[in-house]
Design a protein around this ligand. Structure first.
Ligand code: FAD
Length: 460
């Protein structure tokens, strides 16, 4: 029988792969008991922590990014280390982690996006919101994304919070974005942008729109932008009227949309058109790139416990030289772990990774956040989610087989020549970014390329 874990003689050693909100909230839950003998390595493929808080939350929503301070406190707990610039899959495999840690949590988020599955989706000018958002957020993997804003009409497919962020960034006065931490390249492209019309396309009706009233209101109040709605598309079928009666958020949205429809255009230089009950069925090519969207009108039909969109066979063509699909993020399979392709998550029960064929738990392996439950919910939703995973880990402790070589990870990374960025290293980069920003009246100017970050740490 091996010595019990989480004692002074043998602290519990945990690896959390992914230093986004769910990784931090899981770590915080494990650390909540100050006397617990646990050490946690937060491993991230990037030199910068915080996941989508840094590389997803819109640049003009700086207040929301302040949650990073909560995560910073977790990182500064003496029981925690940050191992940045370490990629699971490239620098480390599961066998390494299982050898060096007693328990391993995967909290890698959703690195990819859901596709529309229609012809023309891969034409130049057709982008995923994952890519477009990462591009304007200065994510090292997307700095060279070909974004051409030399077109007058753009379409954003979807009407969730991400779609609204994308539409807002496309339509907003670049002078307002210039005081944020948006990437310099994106800011330059937006300054030169010829986009005047942004079409937000929802496959269902206004009652089913997932966006929040606050976000709609923000769109409606953008300076230099008319938010336009066709009153005919606000007419409700019987099913939607019934849903509306039960849904205070939808009631607020609809009240605002009706006001906007009544107001109409005021002659603002840029326009956002909210469209309901339409689905793209094809991205139409013009001169080797996307030039238009072929849309099918939908009606709603009861299905399961909700209303589903059904094509009516009526089509229209919408000119659009840029199409951004914002119909959901998606996790990617992780090496050496099972994956549920249908739901785009690692199969799990309450955070315990399971073998899909048998339902048997994979000992010592856990998940948290978007890779556990799918790409839904706000930053705060990851707190109870991480707490659930941490509770499962602690409950499993008595039966957890200790790792053979606790503390062995540093030697393995060194042997592979991996340049680890620790938390003091990140703090140095953070200070530098803030200094660069202060000179320009911005919260920070991000270091873009990983090589640039490493050079800055070397004093370059
Ligand atoms: C565009 C956008 C805007 C949003 N805006 C808001 C908002 O305004 N307010 C709000 O409350 N919520 C917002 N959200 C939701 C919020 O960002 C998520 O709920 C949250 O980030 C999910 O946390 P996570 O830890 O599961 O994933 P992530 O935040 O994606 O973190 C995953 C981390 O894992 C790392 N990683 C990935 N693969 C590997 C690997 N192989 N090896 C090592 N590390 C790896 C990544 O680098 C990343 O740091 C937004 C989401 C999006 C997409």
């Amino acid at each position: 029988m091996s010595a019990p874990l989480a004692t002074r003689d043998r602290p519990l050693r945990v690896a959390v792969v992914g230093a986004g909100p769910s990784g931090f909230y899981t770590a915080a839950a494990l650390l909540a008991d100050r006397g617990r003998a646990v050490t946690i390595d937060l491993i991230d493929r990037l030199p910068a922590p915080y996941g989508l808080v840094r590389y997803g939350v819109a640049p003009d929503h700086q207040k929301i990014k302040e949650v990073a301070r909560v995560f910073e406190r977790v990182a500064l707990d003496p029981r925690v280390r940050f191992l940045g610039n370490v990629d699971y899959g490239r620098d480390l495999r599961l066998a390494d982690l299982e050898h060096c840690y007693d328990q391993i949590v995967f909290a890698v988020g959703g690195q990819s996006d859901r596709r529309l599955g229609v012809p023309g989706e891969d034409l130049p000018g057709s982008l995923s919101s994952t890519g477009f958002v990462a591009w304007y957020s200065c994510h090292p993997d997307f700095l060279d994304l070909p974004v051409d804003l030399g077109v007058e009409s753009a379409a954003v497919v979807g009407i969730g919070n991400v779609a609204i962020d994308v539409a807002r960034v496309l339509a907003r006065d670049p002078d307002e974005l210039a005081t944020t931490d948006i990437s310099d390249d994106a800011l330059a492209a937006l300054r030169a942008s010829r986009v005047r019309d942004v079409h937000l396309l929802a496959r269902r009706g206004p009652v089913q729109a997932k966006c929040s009233p606050a976000e709609l209101k923000e769109l409606a109040e953008l300076s230099g932008v008319d938010l336009l709605v066709d009153p005919a598309e606000l007419e409700l079928d019987v099913g939607s009227a019934a849903e509306l009666a039960e849904d205070p958020q939808a009631q607020k949205n609809l009240a605002l949309l009706r006001q906007l429809a009544a107001r109409g255009a005021t002659g603002a230089p840029r326009r956002i058109h909210l469209r309901f009950l339409v689905s793209p069925v094809e991205l139409v090519e013009r001169d080797g790139r996307v030039g238009a969207l072929r849309l099918e009108r939908n009606r709603l039909e009861p299905r399961g416990d909700g209303l589903a969109a059904r094509g009516t066979g009526t089509f229209e063509e919408l000119p659009a030289g840029l199409v951004v699909r914002a119909v959901g993020y998606r996790s990617l399979p992780l090496p050496d772990l099972p994956f549920d392709e249908r739901n785009g998550v690692v199969p799990n029960r309450g955070g315990r990774v399971i073998e899909p064929a048998t339902g048997a738990p994979r000992p010592r392996l856990y998940v948290a956040g978007w890779v556990k439950r799918g790409p839904t919910g706000l930053i705060g939703s990851n707190k109870p989610d991480g707490a659930e995973t941490a509770a499962a880990m602690l409950e499993d402790l008595p039966a957890t087989e200790p790792a053979p070589e606790p503390g062995g990870i540093d030697a393995r990374l060194a042997a592979r020549g991996v340049r680890v960025v620790d938390f003091p290293g990140w703090q140095q980069l953070d200070r530098l970014e803030k200094e660069r920003g202060a000179a320009a009246g911005r919260p920070r100017v991000k270091l873009a390329r990983i090589a640039e970050m490493l050079a800055a740490l070397d004093g370059g």
